[in-house]
Structures are given as structure tokens and as C-alpha cells.
Design a protein around this ligand. Structure first.
Ligand SMILES: NC(=O)c1ccc[n+]([C@@H]2O[C@H](COP(=O)([O-])OP(=O)(O)OC[C@H]3O[C@@H](n4cnc5c(N)ncnc54)[C@H](OP(=O)(O)O)[C@@H]3O)[C@@H](O)[C@H]2O)c1
Length: 306
């Protein structure tokens, strides 16, 4: 590998928005690590991307974000192969319309979308050069507006609406992005944490929804309200790459109902901006991942790698 190349990890890079983010980063001269649950599929997507963008550098590494041991294994493998990290895009996500738990008995969307990324970030942050070009990007959603963090019901057993657990998990991603930024600032770091949402796009995210509903949606709602996955990746790429972006900002599409359109600052609920909630969530996340997520003040500051 070119020793001056910027390195990015994109979780869930083998599909939907993740593969579009990957292409965007390759076009910006990054070496991209596709962090995939299904590595066979990941390798096929890698070959497709290489056919489109020959000469770019990307590789596939295995991770299951719903499994804390798998996240730790990924971090070890990454550290054994690569010495630094410039961009971490916490993109992977799941949406379910019925209750599921991971092997630790945690609600699957909270486990995958939030806890796995919380642990992954804690294990890799010290590899990031201390510069505003070093970024952690957290993927949230318009769905963050549908929920609170149910500290007394984190598995959402008492919630009656099917989409509240997904909403909670995406709200957690947004609160985490903010709290990470505050803690980076407190530690005197220049690395930034930015959040973004893609609006709406017809991707693998909806594979668990009833087929009949999705067929109807694809003839009605989708063409009017949603945009392509390529467009949906743009707010995330802006958060990752734009020199004008500041830590703690939240980006999304600015068109129709914030579902589509050019990227810009996104709206968010008052609840999602509560520092007390974000701090409490951080403590809970440390407990649920058995992690002490501390940001050291002495990570590498090698400008050559920026
Ligand atoms: N699509 C939308 O309208 C929309 C709206 C708001 C927010 N988002 C967010 O955008 C992000 C990308 O979603 P998408 O629309 O591109 O969906 P997608 O096409 O389903 O892609 C999701 C990716 O996450 C991966 N993934 C799922 N569970 C995983 C796990 N346990 N470990 C590792 N990887 C895992 C999937 O891998 P597999 O191939 O193995 O399943 C897939 O590569 C998600 O965070 C989602 O919440 C999407």
C-alpha cells in the first residue's frame, strides 16, 4: 500500500449507501477498508467497484456489528495490517419490523446500529492522526425523531409502535456523534465527530418489510419522495470530506421533507440535543459493551498521513 494514502473504514460497505460512500472515498484517493458482515458478498461488490474504478485501493475485512467479539476481532485485524486511520464511517444498519435480540439478549437494532459502532470507535480512535481531516461519521436517520432513549426499557419491550426501536437506535447514533465531539474537544483533540443522514433511498434496509407493502411503495411513494443511493450518500460524503464541516454538525438532504435533495444542515429534535441524555447513553453504552471509552491526549499527529 502507498504509505501516504489516507485510510477509511466504511462499515456495511457491501450494499446500498455504504458502497456509494466507498466509491466517493475512492474517487477522493482513499484506501478503503470495506467492513462487511458477509465477506463473500463484500468481495463481489469489491470486484464490481474495482471494475468501475480501476487502480483504486480497497479491501474487505469481516465484522458483525451485532457481536462484540467480532468487533474486537475486526479492530485487532485492522491494527495488525494498517497503522493509522483517517476516516471511520459508521454506516452499517438494520431495520426490523418485529423484535429480535443479539446473542447478548440486546435489541438487535440498538446492538448493531449503536453499540457495535460505539465499541468499534473506542477501539480505533487512538489510530487517528490529530487533525480536523480525521473524522468519525455517524449515520442517523429522520427516524431519530420518532423516539427517545428508553433507559428503563432499552430493549423496547414496552414500546407499542414497531418503528420505535429503530428510531431509538438511530437517535443513539446521533447522540453518540455529539457526545464524542464534546469528549474530543475536552481532550484537546482536533479530530472531529460529525453526524449525517441520507434522507430516504430504496435499499436493502427494507428487505425485512412485507413484500406487498414494498411493491406498492415502489410504484407510489419511492419515485416521488426518495432519491438514488448515490444521492443519499452525498450528505455522508460531505460530512466526511468537506473542509467547511465542523465537529458536532448534522447533515442531510435539504429537499422535499428532508428525504431527498442537496446536502446541508439537517433538522433535529430538541431531545436529540440534550447533553444529559447523551452523557447517560455514553455511560450505558460503556456498561453494555464492557468498555472504558477514554480518549487519550497522545494519539499520533502525523501530518504526512493527512
Ligand atoms: N435507506 C434509507 O432510506 C435510510 C434512511 C435513513 C438512514 N439510513 C441508514 O443508512 C445506513 C445504510 O443503510 P442502507 O440504506 O444502505 O441499507 P442496506 O442496503 O441494508 O445496507 C446496510 C449495510 O449494513 C450491513 N449490516 C447490517 N447488519 C450488519 C452487521 N450486524 N454487521 C455488519 N454489517 C451489517 C449490511 O450488510 P449485509 O449485506 O450483511 O446485510 C449492509 O451492507 C444505515 O445506517 C441506515 O440506518 C438509511
Amino acid at each position: 500500500m502507498d504509505s501516504k494514502k489516507k485510510i477509511a473504514i466504511v462499515t456495511g460497505a457491501n450494499g446500498g449507501i455504504g458502497s456509494e460512500i466507498t466509491k466517493g472515498l475512492l474517487k477522493n484517493d482513499f484506501h478503503v477498508v470495506m467492513a462487511c458482515r458477509n465477506t463473500e458478498n463484500g468481495k463481489k461488490v469489491k470486484e464490481q467497484i474495482l471494475a468501475e474504478l480501476p487502480g483504486t485501493q480497497l479491501e474487505v475485512m469481516a465484522i458483525d456489528l451485532s457481536d462484540l467479539d467480532s468487533v474486537k476481532k475486526f479492530a485487532q485485524e485492522f491494527k495488525s495490517k494498517l497503522q493509522y486511520l483517517n476516516l471511520l464511517i459508521n454506516n452499517a444498519g438494520v431495520l426490523f419490523n418485529s423484535p429480535r435480540r443479539n446473542k447478548d439478549n440486546v435489541e438487535m437494532q440498538f446492538a448493531t446500529n449503536h453499540l457495535g459502532h460505539f465499541l468499534l470507535t473506542s477501539l480505533l480512535i487512538d489510530l487517528m492522526p490529530d487533525s480536523p481531516n480525521s473524522r468519525v461519521v455517524s449515520l442517523s436517520s429522520l427516524a431519530h425523531k420518532k423516539s427517545e432513549i428508553w433507559f428503563d426499557d432499552i430493549n423496547c419491550e414496552k414500546q407499542t409502535k414497531w418503528d420505535v426501536p429503530y428510531g431509538q437506535s438511530k437517535l443513539a447514533c446521533l447522540l453518540f456523534g455529539d457526545e464524542l465531539q464534546r469528549r474530543l474537544e475536552t481532550a484537546g483533540k482536533k479530530i472531529i465527530s460529525v453526524s449525517a443522514h441520507p434522507g430516504g433511498t430504496d435499499s436493502g434496509l427494507f428487505d425485512h418489510m412485507p413484500k406487498i407493502l414494498m411493491t406498492i411503495m415502489r410504484y407510489t411513494f419511492v419515485p416521488i419522495f426518495l432519491h438514488s443511493t448515490e444521492s443519499a450518500a452525498k450528505p455522508i460524503l460531505k460530512a466526511a470530506l468537506d473542509a467547511d464541516v465542523r465537529g458536532g454538525e448534522y447533515y442531510g438532504p435539504t429537499g422535499l421533507q428532508e428525504m431527498k435533495g442537496a446536502p446541508g444542515i439537517a433538522t433535529r429534535t430538541d431531545y436529540s440535543q440534550r447533553e444529559d441524555v447523551a452523557s447517560k447513553l455514553w455511560d450505558l453504552s460503556e456498561k453494555m459493551t464492557s468498555t472504558n471509552f477514554r480518549i487519550s491526549t497522545n494519539s499520533p499527529s502525523n501530518e504526512r498521513q493527512l
